[in-house]
Every structure is written in structure tokens, then in C-alpha cells.
Design a protein around this ligand. Structure first.
Ligand code: ZN
Length: 126
């Protein structure tokens, strides 16, 4: 009788918490043990596999900080090179230093296109 307990507003709360923990652990491993980028890469690949298995979407701001090929955490100056190019249309090119894969993001004046790791990035539910 009465209210049902334990019903949360967010579905898959445990999985999102695990992904958030793995993302933070990857940042911690990269910033404090900078010679060991493999550990951060392992955490990020685990986070991607958790999202893929449970069919959860990551927020685009988090997805932009991950390399789609080798799952490296893309931090400008450490694991990624960030350049602004404007030949055809102004865009930002992020190059992974591990596998040399590039990502391109078109600059629009209304959107914020930072790849900084110091911002708070919420995970998207759907
Ligand atoms: Zn890469």
C-alpha cells in the first residue's frame, strides 16, 4: 500500500552513473598520470561499450571529446591538436595524436563549440 519506493525519474540511472564515473576516471588518469594514456583510453572505450550495449546516447559535448577510432580522450595540447580553419567555412579541426583521426566541427556564431574538458557536461538521456 502507499507509494512505490525506488522508482527514479531517470531510466538507467546506474548505467549513466557508471558512464559518468568512467569519464571522470579517464580525465583523472590522463591529468595525473599523463604518461599512461592507455588507461584513459581503456576507460573511454569501456564507457562507449556500456552506452552501445544498453543503447544509451551520450551527450554530443562528451562525444566530441572522444576519438571515434581509438577511443582516446581528446584534450587539446595533450592528446589532441585543435586548429581553427576558415578556407571554405569556418570550422574547428581536432586531430587525435594517437591515431591521427580528425574531427571537423563547423563554427556557428550561436553555438558554443568548445572541446574543453573543464566544463561540466551532463549526459543525455535520449
Ligand atoms: Zn584516435
Amino acid at each position: 500500500m502507499g507509494k512505490k519506493k525506488g522508482k527514479s525519474l531517470v531510466q538507467h540511472r546506474e548505467l549513466f552513473q557508471r558512464m559518468n564515473y568512467l569519464y571522470q576516471a579517464a580525465h583523472f588518469a590522463l591529468h595525473h598520470f599523463s604518461q599512461n594514456a592507455d588507461l584513459a583510453r581503456f576507460y573511454c572505450s569501456t564507457m562507449k561499450s556500456v552506452a552501445k550495449k544498453s543503447v544509451l546516447r551520450m551527450d554530443f559535448r562528451i562525444k566530441r571529446t572522444l576519438c571515434k577510432r581509438c577511443s582516446s580522450l581528446l584534450v587539446s595540447g595533450k592528446t589532441a591538436t585543435v586548429r581553427v580553419k576558415g578556407r571554405r567555412q569556418c570550422h574547428v579541426v581536432v586531430t587525435c595524436r594517437h591515431c591521427k583521426t580528425i574531427k571537423r566541427f563547423v563554427c556557428r556564431p550561436t553555438q558554443n563549440h568548445t572541446t574543453s574538458s573543464h566544463q561540466e557536461m551532463p549526459l543525455r538521456t535520449k
